[in-house]
Design a protein around this ligand. Structure first.
Ligand code: NAD
Length: 296
């Protein structure tokens, strides 16, 4: 078997065209253009690259944006007072604090200080909680983007055995919640693995749908998956590659070439989940501007 490739770049491109049209209709109807405020603490190059991709997407869909830079020595108090000023600014619809934060700052506290009505990443406990009880919410962008891919490619999740490797607050956990809810999105029987799982192969080999978000290059190999499974590789890892000018290449958490021979569908890295995450951020920012989730 040779897998069909899930082309996240193409699907995200189509989604962004639709979002662009929705933004223009919103503006034509007399509303202010949506505005996304990005906050970067420090100068981590990977964070800078992610913010660059988000800014380019905003430009593509007609959402205004700018980035406030704070030094990595900023105190929690100073950072929260900046966030408070964004919360109170009616010209800002969405607020995104680029993670990870320097180790002296608690991402929990910082995320919780964002007004949940502007939390377009969907990381605030209010939005995560609403996701878990099927209330309208800003869905965490990566799991929401994966569900858009399932929809686009007509990949059913209902009644399937889904296995999620990785249990972070931003990817693995909300993904497992969305997969497992019986009354809305996933309707799958869901297993979640993490670094304390004794033998992940016992679980991955049983998966009809395998979502991997561990941040470990080459973690999942062909012998660990079932023939015909659907594999979603969320991982983005930099590995040394001297043939490239920048000295590294991006790979996922799966052995793409090995798995391709065995599974039915697979996402590449790059060009799979990543572009979908950014597209869903655009969608959430438009929802925030329209006050669709939390009406006044
Ligand atoms: P994280 O470090 O916060 O969490 C990693 C999770 O994987 C943890 O639950 C940990 O227990 C688990 N884990 C680690 N090693 C494991 C192992 N050997 N076996 C089983 N579980 C293991 O990471 P995160 O923020 O969730 O990100 C995960 C990966 O996804 C990273 O590579 C990140 O860059 C990438 N990512 C991609 C996107 C995207 O849009 N494509 C978005 C967010 C994160």
């Amino acid at each position: 078997m040779s897998a069909q490739i899930i082309d996240g770049k193409k699907v995200a491109g189509e989604l962004k065209l639709q979002i662009r049209e929705d933004v223009e209709n919103w503006v034509k109807a007399g509303n202010r253009r949506p505005f996304l405020k990005v906050l970067q603490v420090g100068t981590d190059p990977a964070s800078t690259a992610y913010i660059g991709a988000k800014t380019r997407s905003c430009n593509e869909v007609g959402i205004d944006t700018d980035t406030t830079h704070l030094p990595d020595t900023v105190s929690a108090k100073e950072l929260k007072s900046v966030i408070k000023s964004f919360n109170e600014n009616d010209g800002i619809d969405g607020i995104l604090v680029q993670l990870p934060l320097p180790s002296h700052l608690s991402s929990h506290d910082v995320i919780e200080s964002i007004d949940h009505r502007k939390d377009v990443d969907g990381f605030h406990p209010m939005n995560v909680g609403r996701l878990a009880v099927d209330q309208p919410t800003f869905k965490s962008c990566t799991p929401a983007g994966i569900f858009e891919l399932f929809k686009y490619y007509s990949i059913p999740t209902k009644g399937k055995h889904a296995v999620v490797v990785g249990a972070s607050n931003i990817v693995g956990t909300p993904m497992s919640v969305m997969l497992s809810r019986e009354s809305s999105t996933g309707k799958a029987t869901t297993t979640i693995c993490h670094k304390y799982t004794r033998d992940i192969t016992v679980h991955t080999i049983a998966a009809d749908i395998l979502v991997v978000a561990a941040g470990q290059p080459n973690l999942i190999k062909a012998e660990m998956v079932k023939e015909g499974a659907v594999v979603i590789d969320v991982g983005i890892n930099r590995v040394a590659d001297e043939t490239r000018e920048r000295g590294y290449k991006l790979v996922g958490d799966c052995d793409f070439e090995g798995l391709k021979q065995k599974v039915s569908w697979i996402t590449p890295v790059p060009g799979g989940v990543g572009p979908m995450t950014v597209a869903m951020l655009m969608k959430n920012t438009l929802l925030a501007a329209k006050k669709s989730i939390y009406p006044d």
